[in-house]
Design a protein around this ligand. Structure first.
Ligand SMILES: [Zn+2]
Length: 228
């Protein structure tokens, strides 16, 4: 299925989790731009690369990476992914107007406008702060665990899925979360107007509910749009 689904939402809206579930359920590739960029800027091979050092410092402080850098890296990867002939789910990307201007024509060329579906997960700022401060990530299977959802008896050092170590991302300390929220409002939300101007309909979904409930709504929405 050659579709491109773009899931937006502030940090903590669950866009990564939802993109994962959707990819698995519809047999698509989940392209997590944030994780991909994290792997590029934290790749030991790039340790001495001046340009990437600069991007890593941005990344760790919650500031959006240089748009030119992101656009180039993402465009290359997307073009490669398209050769697999699987559709793709993006979480949180293209993230700035600059990136969107660079990436949307490429996506439209590969998938066609009518097969590109933008989704926005809505949550309150307070929810974003609460969820992010409690987030732990597994080093091995990359499961995301929200501490407050676990019982006190649970060992917070071990992944309940695979048993590997959990870690707190540099991105998830309260100061950084505030910056990420501000970046989302000021630099990502303008992309929505640009998409509307390009002829897209934005599909808003309530992200405050439990992940499985959000997913049910999301999947039905996408299937609905694909069958029309
Ligand atoms: Zn794990």
């Amino acid at each position: 299925m050659m579709v491109a689904i773009i899931i937006y939402g502030p940090p903590g809206s669950g866009k990564g989790t939802q993109a994962n579930l959707l990819a698995r359920s519809l047999n698509l590739i989940h392209f997590d731009t944030g994780k991909y960029l994290e792997s590029v800027v934290h790749d030991p091979k790039n340790l001495n690369n001046k340009k990437i050092q600069k991007e890593r410092a941005f990344f760790d402080s919650g500031i959006i990476l240089t748009p030119e850098f992101v656009t180039e890296v993402v465009k290359n990867k997307v073009t490669k992914l398209a050769k697999s002939e699987f559709g793709v789910v993006f979480s949180g990307s293209p993230r700035t107007l600059y990136e969107a201007n660079g990436l949307m024509p490429t996506l439209e060329c590969i998938y066609g406008k009518k097969n590109i579906i933008p989704i926005i997960l809505k949550i309150k700022d307070a929810t974003a702060v609460k969820r992010n401060s409690a987030r732990l990530v597994c080093k091995l299977c990359e499961s995301t665990i929200i501490k407050t959802l676990l019982s006190n008896k649970f060992n917070h050092k071990m992944c309940p899925v695979c048993g590997a170590d959990l870690y707190k991302r540099t991105l998830d300390n309260p100061k950084v979360i505030k910056i990420r929220l501000k970046e989302y409002r000021e630099r990502t939300e303008p992309v929505f107007d640009m998409l509307i101007k390009r002829g897209y309909k934005l599909n808003e979904i309530d992200g405050e509910k439990k992940p499985e409930d959000v997913f049910r709504v999301l999947k039905n929405k996408v299937l609905d749009l694909l069958h029309n």
